[in-house]
Design a protein around this ligand. Structure first.
Ligand code: HEC
Ligand code: HEC
Length: 302
């Protein structure tokens, strides 16, 4: 009898604790506490913004190339274990795009993953990497997107399995896996080629979103850039840290630059899959100075 009573009590305790955790996870706006970046006094340069957009791969995700979609009009499908995400329209259309957004709303979306309505964004939008973006790059990006031709159409809604489909759970997810980064200052990212390379790889290029292993709940957990067994579409993504020390054919700085510029590897193969898109839309558009910075940084990693 006593035993039964005791197990009933512990069951109730476990039940209450689970309920508390669930309730807390559902609370919206957890993790929203990050102060909005101070962008006052910054003026955007659309030309620089176009370069930031290329380095950050915005076009690749927000354009439905397969169906001949207009630039940034959304609709590109991202298949994940949780279902299919469709990147939204981020053209300057005030109704279907983000034309009506203020620069601070844009900054909050990009660096904290929070919409103007206060909802959490799914991390399929890599704000987890963009979080440390400099204020200047954000303002430049915004002025570039403000000049993108408006497209008045909506992307399809995401097609996700429950509970992944419920944005409110993202508060708990963010608490576990997302630490809004300290915003970097221009002086820091321009401090030298290594700092610039780190910024291009970890923040703008969001290379770790594919090249770092993710856990079952989709959080990046292990050694950065050491490879990923569950990449986009379920494929394997190779390690890009320690490439200079590979037992089977180490890569030189020039090998890396060539692969990022035109997709060719030292053995004469061409990189394919999602990396071909990254090269097409992003790294092939970068200056040789930036490619050298990326390569130098990658080779500096253990
Ligand atoms: C890996 C694909 C991917 C990349 C790269 C990407 N996005 Fe997105 N983005 C998404 C997805 C998916 C969503 C929808 C997230 C959601 O519904 O929670 C999104 C949402 C957004 C939103 C919110 C739009 C709205 O209507 O609420 C903005 C703004 C945005 N992205 C801007 C950008 C910018 C700027 C870049 C480049 C710096 C970028 N994105 C790069 C996939 C991507
Ligand atoms: C959308 C996912 C994705 C992103 C983002 C991404 N990569 Fe890749 N990357 C891949 C895949 C997949 C491969 C394997 C391609 C193949 O073998 O054909 C790859 C291969 C590579 C390789 C060749 C490695 C080898 O051993 O052959 C290099 C170098 C590389 N990526 C660098 C980068 C850099 C630098 C960035 C950031 C600017 C980046 N990648 C961002 C998916 C990605």
């Amino acid at each position: 009898m006593r035993k039964l009573f005791r197990s009933l009590i512990s069951l109730t305790a476990v039940g209450a604790a689970s309920f508390a955790i669930l309730y807390w996870m559902v609370l919206p706006l957890l993790g929203a506490a990050q102060a909005p970046p101070d962008l006052s006094g910054l003026t955007g340069d659309p030309k620089r913004g176009a370069y930031v957009a290329a380095a950050s791969g915005c076009l690749a995700c927000h354009t439905d190339k397969k169906k001949g979609g207009k630039p940034f009009a959304g609709g590109h499908a991202l298949t994940t274990p949780f279902g299919t995400f469709y990147a939204p329209n981020i053209t300057s259309d005030p109704k279907f795009g983000i034309g009506g957004w203020s620069v601070s709303q844009f900054a909050r979306a990009l660096t904290a993953g929070i919409s103007p309505r206060g909802e959490h964004y799914f991390p399929s939008f890599p704000y987890t990497s963009y979080s440390a973006m400099t204020g200047q790059d954000i303002v430049d990006l915004k002025s570039y997107l403000d000049n993108v031709t408006a497209v008045a159409s909506a992307a399809p809604r995401h097609d996700l399995i429950w509970p992944a489909s419920d944005r409110r759970f993202l508060g708990g997810w963010k608490w576990l896996y997302f630490k809004p980064a300290k915003r970097l200052q221009v002086a820091q990212v321009e401090a030298g080629p290594l700092a610039r390379g780190a910024y291009l790889v970890n923040v703008l290029g969001h290379c770790g979103e594919c090249h770092t292993q993710r856990g079952l709940l989709g959080g990046s957990s292990s050694t950065p850039l050491a490879g990923n067994t569950r990449g986009p579409g379920g494929g394997k993504v190779p390690a890009i840290a320690g490439m200079g020390r590979r037992a089977k054919g180490p890569w030189s700085k020039d090998d890396l630059i060539t692969s990022l510029q035109m997709g060719m590897t030292p053995t004469g193969d061409f990189l394919g899959g999602s990396m071909a898109k990254v090269i097409n839309h992003s790294t092939s558009k970068l200056t040789s100075q930036d490619l050298a910075a990326i390569s130098g940084y990658l080779l500096s990693l253990r």
